[in-house]
Write a protein that binds this ligand. Structure first.
Ligand SMILES: Nc1ncnc2c1ncn2[C@@H]1O[C@H](COP(=O)(O)OP(=O)(O)OP(=O)(O)O)[C@@H](O)[C@H]1O
Ligand SMILES: O=P(O)(O)OC[C@H]1O[C@H](OP(=O)(O)OP(=O)(O)O)[C@H](O)[C@@H]1O
Ligand SMILES: O=C(O)c1cccnc1
Length: 480
């Protein structure tokens, strides 16, 4: 991804807090923030983590340009010129831990941890959440669509309906991570190496005297990539018969038509009838593509109706996550520096779900060695030794602590990996093809009960006894 200048892609309150830290000379205080979401989107049983690639390129390029500084000087008369000088020297010198893109992740577990000078960790909140929330949301939606069409070709067609250009390309990438095969967006193809696919629009047909002429001229121009849109006038009486004629003409030239595309009407009925017509014409190799405001629910219903569709073009519903257009990920301070030491902090709320979990934490995916399946995600305070020493674990539900389960024969896989150490990127991020493979392996770690689309079982995310006690102690302290 080429570098973009996103430093002022932040909320003004972050700059104001940076100013106040600079003013009081507390800007170098160490701080630890964690990003997580509280509720899984779409009623799904898991989310697919995405956004790290852009977060890393954002942090790499994070500096205030002269234009940024000149602009800031016009925005707040209280900003001292010496503060702007401090911003001129600004670089990200902190450390970052993150889940891997493609990993299955769950509510109320840290997905990203940022440590460093409060001057830096505060600034990056807005952009980090922006990238993580949107991309994770779209990857999760794409995973739901992949689940209902496990063996079909899935194409992301959403750019024209996306919330602007960034959403289109990063959404295309997120969809590809979670199992889509291709995108129609050429820029996403170029930037990320995602395979691109495309058919033609109604305009091509409308722009010719007859549908047959339009099909013929398209096939002449692109004989190896002929997918014909058959619904401009009358799918069964005109579109499919014309497409069959063109396919026969292509055969005389030793070419095979790839597919027809249905984009309106009853897609189950039309696809079954078109399939019969194509087969009777000896064209069983010609596939059927469908599009038209599809989502995982319509695709599932179409399959239940016996639709004969090989390939799905999915646009609006995917790229805008139309049934839940935002993931509510948050970025919370969990530890601050006092007297040279890090101390845990909590955010109390009248709503128990919103009380933050204090302290610098680690997350381990506990995989049962006998079954090879994930049992729970286990959140510890950093430095706890139970996991390292492979002690038996008691997995208890923090909301219902009397419900617990013991496990001794397990592998504990850290969810968070260190990406930045003191401002340095440690290893290159994985290639997109590896991220896709990682995502598939992650799915294989779970029993289908956690993965099903409707009313999935709730996968346990549990706190270690020490993390739980710290939370209770701090709640008690603030109550006093
Ligand atoms: N057999 C089916 N079962 C369930 N939903 C379907 C079926 N066929 C199509 N749909 C979906 O129904 C929605 C509306 O399709 P509908 O046929 O009403 O309008 P349309 O054909 O798109 O009309 P237009 O000509 O304006 O495009 C779309 O989301 C489409 O994917
Ligand atoms: O329905 P979506 O899931 O959003 O998928 C993308 C839609 O975009 C196109 O329609 P559009 O009417 O924009 O142009 P067209 O003339 O090519 O049909 C295409 O035909 C799909 O129906
Ligand atoms: O290639 C297509 O058929 C296509 C691409 C984008 C949107 N709608 C359709």
């Amino acid at each position: 991804m080429s570098s973009e200048h996103l430093t002022l892609h932040t909320d003004k309150y972050q700059i104001n807090m940076m100013y106040a830290h600079w003013f009081h000379q507390t800007l170098d205080q160490r701080s630890v923030f964690e990003a997580y979401f509280r509720k899984l989107p779409f009623g799904n049983g898991f989310a697919v983590f995405s956004g790290l690639e852009r977060i890393v390129s954002y942090l790499r390029d994070l500096r205030f340009s002269e234009a940024d500084l000149a602009y800031l000087a016009t925005q707040e008369e209280n900003y001292d010129p010496a503060f702007l000088e401090a911003l001129r020297q600004f670089r990200f010198t902190g450390s970052l831990w993150s889940a891997q893109e493609g990993s299955l992740v769950f509510a109320n577990e840290p997905l990203i941890r940022v440590e460093g000078r409060i001057f830096e960790t505060q600034l990056v909140e807005t952009a980090l959440l922006n990238f993580m929330n949107y991309q994770t949301l779209i990857a999760t939606k794409a995973a739901r669509i992949r689940q209902v069409a496990p063996d079909d070709i899935l194409m992301e067609f959403g750019t024209r309906r996306a919330q602007e250009a960034d959403a289109a390309v990063w959404g295309a990438r997120a969809s590809y991570i979670a199992g889509f095969d291709a995108t129609s967006n050429m820029r996403a193809g170029m930037l990320f190496g995602i395979p691109t696919k495309g058919t033609h629009a109604h305009a091509w047909v409308q722009d010719h005297e007859t549908e047959e002429e339009a099909f013929r001229r398209f096939a002449e121009a692109l004989p190896d990539h002929v997918t014909l849109l058959v619904d401009t006038y009358d799918t069964l009486r005109s579109g499919v018969p014309n497409a069959i004629r063109i396919a026969k003409q292509l055969e005389t030239k030793g070419k095979r038509m790839k597919a027809i595309r249905l984009d309106s009407g009853d897609l189950a009925y039309l696809s079954k009838t078109a399939r019969t017509m194509l087969d009777e014409a000896g064209l069983d190799y010609v596939q059927i593509v469908a599009s038209n405001d599809l989502d995982e629910s319509i695709i599932l219903h179409l399959k239940a109706q016996g639709a004969r569709i090989d390939s799905w073009g999915v646009g609006t519903q995917l790229i805008t996550a139309a049934d839940q257009p935002s993931l509510g990920g948050v970025y919370k301070l969990v530890a601050r520096e006092r007297d040279g030491k890090l101390e845990p902090v909590i955010k109390i709320s009248g709503n128990p779900e919103k009380v933050s979990t204090p302290g610098r934490k680690e997350v381990f995916r506990i995989v049962n060695k006998e079954t090879g399946k994930a049992e729970a995600d286990y959140i510890t305070l950093a430095g706890e030794r139970d996991i390292e020493e492979q002690r038996p674990l008691k997995l208890f539900d923090p909301v219902h602590p009397y419900m617990s389960k013991n496990i001794s024969n397990y592998e504990a896989i850290p969810l968070l990996r260190q990406i930045y150490a003191d401002g340095k990127l440690l290893d290159p991020l994985p290639a997109l093809s590896d991220i896709r493979e990682h995502h598939k392996r992650q799915l294989a770690l779970y029993w289908p009960e956690y993965l099903r689309k409707l009313n999935p079982e709730i996968y346990p995310v549990v706190l270690s006894p020490a993390a739980w006690k710290l939370k209770m102690d701090l709640i008690e302290k603030y109550r006093e």
